[in-house]
Design a protein around this ligand. Structure first.
Ligand SMILES: CCCCC/C=C\C/C=C\C/C=C\C/C=C\CCCC(=O)SCCNC(=O)CCNC(=O)[C@H](O)C(C)(C)COP(=O)(O)OP(=O)(O)OC[C@H]1O[C@@H](n2cnc3c(N)ncnc32)[C@H](O)[C@@H]1OP(=O)(O)O
Length: 230
């Protein structure tokens, strides 16, 4: 991992602090990673209500201990996820952006926040799909549904196992999702076998009454260095 990072020209390694190095860097980038999964002006009342509800479950250290919930930060680059929010390098993939965070207009694309319960190996994503994600008239594109499922299950797999990749995803689309409607994406780990983690996922309306989508997926933990040819 360290070897792969140094191949990227990163100022990381045992005993080295990339964020501090960045603070002294001449590059015009922020050293503080922006968390995109926080309320903005496009969030509906329902989206904010759900955000507050899950945030309350993980408000204090004490509550985190008992309930096991925490909000997972969401950056706009997967390299930052891999490095715990820090920049690994300014030079590599400078234009690369995480697919779900590359529409800049608030509310136009994927507005979401992931809450994890590591003890129970579950997560809930609150998701408000924007108007640029249209498939059937007025409704969410099936590929966008697959994307948010992949991101939600992938985040849970990544948080529990470290770097991992989707090997398989099976999706049953049960009822269309209207654009702008807030939905919940419930993910859980069904089974772990060595490097393999089998997950399942359901998308429901925010009151839980309507089932929109069901999915299962297989994630394989990987050596991140392999992605960079190490
Ligand atoms: C991406 C890393 C980022 C790091 C992140 C760190 C923390 C994460 C935290 C937050 C993340 C934030 C956001 C997350 C957002 C999005 C997540 C998106 C994830 C993706 O969007 S990711 C892109 C799509 N994804 C691919 O692009 C994969 C292409 N693919 C491959 O790279 C290889 O294919 C790989 C690595 C999957 C396996 O390769 P490999 O060489 O390591 O393993 P191998 O083939 O030997 O298989 C070992 C055992 O798994 C079984 N097996 C394999 N594949 C199977 C299948 N499909 N069905 C059933 N069983 C299967 C074999 O049968 C064998 O089983 P057995 O051991 O029993 O014989």
């Amino acid at each position: 991992m360290w070897r792969a990072a140094s191949r990227l020209g990163a100022a990381v390694g045992p005993g080295r602090q990339p964020t501090r190095a960045l603070a002294m860097s001449p590059w015009p980038f922020s050293a503080t990673p922006r968390d995109y999964s926080v309320p903005n002006e496009s969030w509906s009342r329902e989206m904010r209500r759900l955000f507050d509800h899950y945030s309350c479950l993980c408000d204090t250290e004490e509550q985190q201990q008992s309930a096991g919930w925490c909000k997972f930060p969401s950056y706009n680059r997967s390299l930052k996820h891999a490095a715990g929010g820090k920049y690994l390098s300014k030079m590599v993939q400078a234009k690369a952006r995480l697919f779900t965070r590359n529409i800049e207009e608030p509310g136009a694309g994927f507005e979401y926040a992931v809450f994890l319960n590591k003890q129970e190996k579950t997560s809930v994503t609150i998701f408000q799909p924007g108007h640029l994600l249209e498939g059937p008239p007025g409704h969410l594109h099936g590929g966008a549904i697959a994307t948010i499922i992949d991101s939600s299950t992938g985040t849970l797999a990544g948080a529990l196992l470290g770097p991992s990749m989707t090997a398989n995803l099976n999706i049953n689309y049960r009822s269309p999702i209207p654009l702008g409607n807030v939905v919940l994406i419930h993910c859980k780990v069904d089974q772990t076998e060595g490097r393999k983690t089998f997950m399942s996922c359901q998308i429901t309306s925010s009151d839980g009454d309507k089932l929109h989508t069901e999915a299962t997926g297989l994630f394989l933990s990987i050596n991140l260095g392999r992605l960079f040819g190490a």
